[in-house]
Write a protein of this length. Sequence first.
Length: 153
Amino acid sequence: MQLNRRQILTLTATLPLVAFSSTFVRADSTPAIYAEDGVAIDGTDPVAYFTENQPVAGDPAITHDWMGATWRFSSEENRAAFAADPEKYAPQYGGYCAWAVSEGYTASTTPEAWRIVDDKLYLNYSRRIQRRWEGDIPGRIASADANWPKVLE
């Protein structure tokens, strides 16, 4: 992966956030869905972002496998909605940090750093990174769309 000067400066500024964390993901081994121990988006119910307007922990007993990951849900209704149309509810960029993808790499996300834009769910590494992403949402989405899924290579 080739980085330009701006990306290097950005990485330098954010590297302390992830230097001691195992949640930073290397691009040469990145699966299509952000999942730890096979569980997508930290076990958070993706449908609840749309129906309850907040992150809700999924129940380990209510799951659906999609795109090589196990997704958890807080209710059978949410599982059924996701199973019927996973692209509608799954976060963009496989659940990886939308800001990181806009910068050309992947990073983990936290359930509390989220936003729905044009009926699509976007997650970010942290609330601080989310505020940076929100500074130019249309530009960040355009950059991330251009980088996705190349950042997985």
